[in-house]
Ligand binder design. Structure first.
Ligand code: NAD
Ligand code: GLY
Length: 358
């Protein structure tokens, strides 16, 4: 097992990465220390792993709340139903929420933990690659609103992240690929050596080599932990982690959060951001070419849906990344170098949107 720390003073917490972690009573029991557990999962993940987790928590009271599967259920209405269950079962402030699932379960369970009785403890147990490398770390929790993704949420750091890489063996290929988009993101924003490593190891990652996956997860979490420790509330540097997200959110919102996986939308969004950076003369075309080729080798889409530039811009304008009336974008200035900026010619954004969204 490898351990990383998200250093946030007295709210610091470990990220434990390894195999067989869900089977380990010694590791899981101390997370509860006799308190009530609320296990939040969904109809796909619970049948696979809830029993194993409960077995490792034997002797502790565990209330199970099983959500419907899918991004379309990451809503205030679903969160409200969870609150109903917690209140009906007289769950108190000393409870620990265990979020067992991908980013959808993690974000919703995290939001519930942030709000229930003004905040209860949370342990993230990610089950998708995307959740291993991104959503379980850093304390962003949220639900979607019809007007925009993740519009209602809170920062609520977990007490621990338990990343058991065994759980990735049951992940559908499409979800594995979606998670790779976020792994590629870390190389693009700050680590060209890691980008080279992903290029060299993409086949091993797709084949679910335990060694390759654990390196990808460790390095991704290490980069995210460092950035979150320096800028927890996204006043500056943390916004770099949103590379591709503003374009990607337009794709997800316009397609009703159903047709595109979040990671897929981020992958295409990163390519759009890279091409806009090239359009501005700030990025060598060879980097755009390498990114496109890597996304394709990872089996990720590289063409946005033709929803129209105006509609894409509307969705981008309700995104949280709007600042003083301008859409803030994460753009690249080199491989492993990114900037957050609202200082770009409007025509460059207009032309980029027209080229990609029609
Ligand atoms: P997801 O949670 O919908 O999971 C994808 C699918 O895989 C689902 O059908 C799920 O039930 C299934 N699944 C999960 N684990 C499985 C397993 N081990 N075996 C078999 N099937 C499994 O999608 P995701 O890509 O994990 O997360 C996307 C969400 O994460 C989005 O809502 C996005 O906004 C959010 N997100 C949040 C942050 C953050 O910092 N909080 C960061 C990135 C993304
Ligand atoms: N996924 C972006 C962030 O956590 O800040």
């Amino acid at each position: 097992m490898q351990t990383l720390t998200v250093s946030l003073g007295e709210r610091s917490y470990p990220i434990l990465i390894g195999t067989g972690l869900l089977r380990s009573r010694e590791l899981l029991a101390p997370q509860l220390s006799g308190r009530n557990a609320v296990l939040i999962s969904n109809t796909v993940v619970a049948p696979l792993y809830a029993q194993l987790l409960k077995h490792s928590l034997e002797g502790q009271r565990v209330l199970e709340v099983i959500l419907p599967d899918g991004e379309q259920h990451k809503t205030l209405a679903t969160a409200s139903r969870v609150f109903d269950v917690l209140i009906a079962n007289r769950i108190g402030r000393d409870a620990v929420v265990l979020a067992l699932g991908g980013g959808v379960v993690g974000d919703l369970a995290g939001f519930v933990a942030a709000c229930y009785q003004r905040g209860v403890d949370l342990v993230q147990i990610p089950t998708t690659l995307l959740a291993h490398v991104d959503s379980s770390v850093g304390g962003k929790t949220a639900v979607n609103h019809p007007g925009g993704k993740n519009m209602i949420g809170a920062f609520h750091q977990p007490r621990a992240v338990i990343a058991d890489t065994d759980l990735l063996q049951t992940l559908p290929d499409r979800e594995l690929r979606a998670g790779l988009a976020e792994v590629i993101k870390y190389g693009l924003i700050c680590d060209p050596i890691f980008f080279d490593w992903i290029e060299a190891n993409v086949d091993a990652l797709l084949a679910r080599s335990a060694q390759a996956l654990s390196h990808a997860i460790y390095r991704s979490c290490q980069i995210k932990a460092q950035i979150v420790a320096r800028d927890e509330r996204e006043h500056g540097e943390r916004a770099l982690l949103n590379l591709g997200h503003t374009f990607g959110h337009a794709i997800e919102s316009a397609t009703g959060y159903v047709d595109w996986q979040h990671g897929e939308a981020v992958g295409t969004g990163m390519l759009i951001a890279a091409e806009m950076s090239q359009r501005l003369g700030n990025l060598d075309p060879s980097v755009v070419g390498r990114l496109r080729a890597l996304l394709q080798r990872a089996g990720l889409p590289v063409a946005a849906p033709r929803i129209g530039a105006a509609r894409a811009f509307d969705y981008m304008s309700v995104d949280k990344k709007v600042h003083a009336g301008r859409v803030r974008l994460v753009l690249l200035t080199g491989l492993g170098r990114a900037v957050v900026t609202s200082d770009y010619p409007d025509a460059a954004l207009r032309d980029t949107l027209a080229a990609h969204f029609g």
